[in-house]
Design a protein around this ligand. Sequence first.
Ligand SMILES: [Cu+2]
Length: 176
Amino acid sequence: MNTRTLRTTGRALAVTILAGLALVLGAVPALAHAQFESSDPADGASLATAPTRVSVSFSDTMQPGFNTLTVIGPDGQAYQDGEPAVSGGTVSIGVKPLGPAGRYDIGYRVVSGDGHPIEGSVSFTLTTPGAAAAAPPAAATAPNEGSGGAPIWPWIVGAVVLVGAGVVTALRLGRG
Ligand SMILES: [Cu+2]
């Protein structure tokens, strides 16, 4: 073999290897679509303290700009805040102060690096009402119970005034 033949053989070998690599690399993303891997909070987690941010992570880099993340509370209210942020395979979003204790669903609709949309949901349970929770019913009714029959007085006063007015009117009509 002279140098020319060696060079040609080397080039042919390189082309073959590159072609093989391209096939393998091209086939891998097509076979392995990004898949859901984990979330924070984890699916099914019970939390006493409300998270200020939630995230879902996937097995591939995610595309920014096409993602939707929602956090829906047991009261049906949406608690996500702002726009989703993408960092590698993780999509996250801020969370407003949570409301009542109970189940919060994190719904996601995201687009992976290869352009495929991925949809799903995970949930966590808040065991202690969050900062935005309405006052519990017991606390709301306490002031009424404490003031006893007070709310009846306006009715009695109103009745006395009405009866008094009726008597005066009747007397005037009788005189006229
Ligand atoms: Cu895919």
